[in-house]
Write a protein that binds this ligand. Sequence first.
Ligand SMILES: [Zn+2]
Length: 318
Amino acid sequence: MPYESWLPALLPHFKEGFSNALQELLQEKNLCQSVSINLNFIKTWAFESDEASGQDFYQNRKDQPAAGEKDQNVGAQVLNANWYPEGCAPTGEAQPIPGSRALRVASYSFPLPPIKWSCEECLERSVFKADLPRCRFVAGKDHDDEQSLLLSYECQACRGWRVRFFVSRKGEKLELSGRDAIAMQPVPRSVPAAVAHYFSEAQVAHRSGLSLAAFLLLREFIEQFWRSLPEMQEALSWSSQMTAIEVGECYATQLPLEFKAEYPSLTDCHNWLSNSILEPSLYRDRFEYCLRDVVEHLDGRRFRRLSTYREFEEARAV
Ligand SMILES: [Zn+2]
């Protein structure tokens, strides 16, 4: 199939693929982690176009490349182009010439996706959009499919908070090489400030792929939360040798029965985390479940006004 025919058909899929991969990378990944651009549409397209032209997709004839080879060639040609964000055109780069096969210097654009990110001004997760005048594209010197992106995103709710990302691309892989708000992770309002750093660091560890550290930090958060509550101080004063399990049981006995029936148990989360620590790579997904249950539990306490934590903290500070 001639170049003029397949390029218009494939470009929208490439644009969508770049945009979706970048959104996943910026929202979900941490430093040094990467995502792959989904190129499955090339196989679908090759299958459909061969079917339409009456060719047997699986038949390997001498005068035509095999289907798999054709897929690779098509994908590589388009990937080898400069892929710059819309509004950040590379200067001095050659543009694609219709009908030309000189694709090594071709440049194509893709839309920068909006992302959900935590805003320190709004104190919640909000929509951030790219601030195009402050975004840059740099093409690689030696390899056509290597490039760098410096992206500035702005909170759309307050327009006062920004986060900047440094993204490296090599072929179909996008890697998060830098971010200027690395330490910040969303901490719900129901998490007491005195122990919030354990909660935040657990999320940083999880998003960095450090499962063991993430489990340990979230478990430590639960234990420190129990030990910091005013209603636990009397029991803790009786014995300085209470184990975490005993502290958890003591905490649970003080909760109203209807609360325990409605909200997840911190003791259960503590047990799951302890078990997960033994095989962190096997139970990586369990972190998200435990984190969700912990937040639901704490939100429940806040909603039911169970905690006298604020008053306790203020009294202790005097
Ligand atoms: Zn904001």
